[in-house]
Design a protein around this ligand. Structure first.
Ligand SMILES: [Zn+2]
Length: 330
């Protein structure tokens, strides 16, 4: 377990909660949805009071809405490019020179080109601005919906495979890498992946920090691909896959020995990315609240949003209009 600070007895309670939540989530769901739900729910406990009380009261909403952004992909063609960026499709110097602001980026490159390579670094800061606005308005539903979405996009930015065009190993003969990394590892090792977390901190420049997060995750890509190759040569070919049943169909997936080999080779990478996601989500939520002037949020006197799904999808979505983009789903 990575200790980022010396915990007081009260923090040990928090750590225990994190470990407990982790076990629940990963055992119950596949990686994608489970991880997003886990990250949003866990981030609540890193918040300061009184923000934490409000978010804790509505934590089931934040948890369930953590996957709404992925669900919107099914019907909203504008949604998919918000979840990734193919950093490898930009030259190194070109990437470093990409404008921080969307309007400037559109002036330099066509919107179609930007969308085709993913707009995550511009979209997440925009959702952050919307969260600041929601706090200023005191709109509880919009706060929760936007905070849940923000948690989702930030979490995506921590996943190396969301940052390259070979997102499923399809270009390198490693087809299925996405599920191996994000489903199979946590399915078997989720309970041991929890990390100690820190209290939320103010983010001065969200867009800058997002690029830092993405660059850090991108730096792990080589390892993600290399480890898979290493394990293909280390684990005998007849032991690499195991059958499993889905409905009436008999399918195959990577075997436990193979997943274990990959997990060990990665050296706890996914656990660290998970912990980093939780910490950054809490940072951005708190920073938006502080930037909005730390408004009073009357959790217990408002409608109990955790007991209803009354969010309308009509949406204050003033999201980017003007054509869809590619999807990154394997
Ligand atoms: Zn996503």
């Amino acid at each position: 377990m990575l200790l980022l600070f010396k915990p007081s007895p009260r923090w040990w309670v928090f750590i225990t909660v994190i470990v407990g939540l982790c076990g629940q989530g990963f055992n119950a769901y596949s990686w994608g949805f489970a991880a997003h739900r886990y990250i949003n729910e866990s981030a609540v406990y890193a918040l300061p009071s009184p923000l934490r009380e409000f978010f804790e009261y509505h934590r089931l909403v934040l948890k369930e809405r953590a996957v709404s952004a992925d669900q919107r992909r099914a019907w909203d063609p504008l949604e998919a490019p918000c979840h990734f960026m193919d950093m490898d499709r930009w030259g190194d110097s070109e990437r470093l020179a990409l404008p921080l602001h969307w309007d400037s980026a559109v002036q330099c490159y066509s919107e179609k080109l930007l969308r085709s390579r993913g707009i995550l670094p511009w979209h997440a800061p925009r959702v952050y601005r919307r969260l600041v606005w929601a706090f200023e308005q005191g709109n509880h539903q919009l706060i929760l919906r936007t905070a849940a979405d923000l948690g989702h996009y930030l979490a995506d930015a921590h996943v190396p495979l969301h940052l390259c065009s070979n997102y499923n190993g399809q270009n390198s003969g490693q087809h299925g890498l996405h599920a191996l990394l994000e489903s199979r590892i946590p399915e078997y090792f989720g309970d041991t992946m929890a990390q100690t977390l820190r209290r939320a901190e103010i983010v001065k420049h969200p867009a800058h920090q997002l690029w830092q997060i993405m660059n850090d995750a991108y730096a792990h890509l080589e390892r993600v691909f290399d480890c898979e190759c290493q394990c293909r040569s280390q684990v005998p070919s007849h032991e690499q896959y195991a059958p499993f049943r889905r409905g009436n169909r008999l399918l195959r997936q990577e075997s436990i020995p193979f997943v274990l080999c990959y997990h060990r080779c990665l050296g706890g990478l996914m656990g660290r990315q998970l912990a980093s996601s939780v910490a950054h989500v809490a940072d951005w939520w708190m920073s938006a609240w502080v930037e909005a002037g730390q408004p009073m949020l009357r959790a217990r006197w408002g409608p109990d949003l955790s007991k209803t799904e009354s969010f309308e999808e009509e949406d204050a979505e003033d999201r980017w209009k003007g054509g869809g983009g590619e999807d990154h789903d394997p």
